[in-house]
Design a protein around this ligand. Structure first.
Ligand code: FES
Length: 100
């Protein structure tokens, strides 16, 4: 069982869960499509820690990123992801004005 720390909470990954499944179970907002390491939609930035891939991912990721859909933490993992309940700061929530 590994500890996962996000921007708003921490939780233990359960036996047999992928990181994506653990994030969903604990109310985190994660983009995903294939859930198999092909599309890259779930790409997430790691703050500290390492993961082990259950299947070798085909999607390209940059250094410091992981694909939660097909990995588990090696030990304590800190990632840059929020829960659905976390509010977007007002300065980021401004709608662009395209002048139409
Ligand atoms: S959901 Fe497609 S790579 Fe993770």
């Amino acid at each position: 069982m590994s500890l996962v720390i996000t921007r708003s909470k921490s939780f233990n990954l359960q036996t047999g869960e992928t990181l994506l499944e653990g994030l969903e179970r604990t109310g985190h907002q994660v983009e995903y499509q294939c859930r198999s390491g092909y599309c890259g939609s779930c790409r997430t930035r790691v703050i500290s820690g390492e993961v082990r891939y259950l299947t070798e991912p085909l999607a390209y990721i940059f250094s410091g990123e992981v694909l939660p859909c097909c990995c588990v933490p090696v030990d304590t993992l800190s990632i840059d992801i929020a829960t659905e309940k976390e509010e977007i700061p007002s300065y980021l929530a401004v709608e662009p004005d395209f002048g139409f």
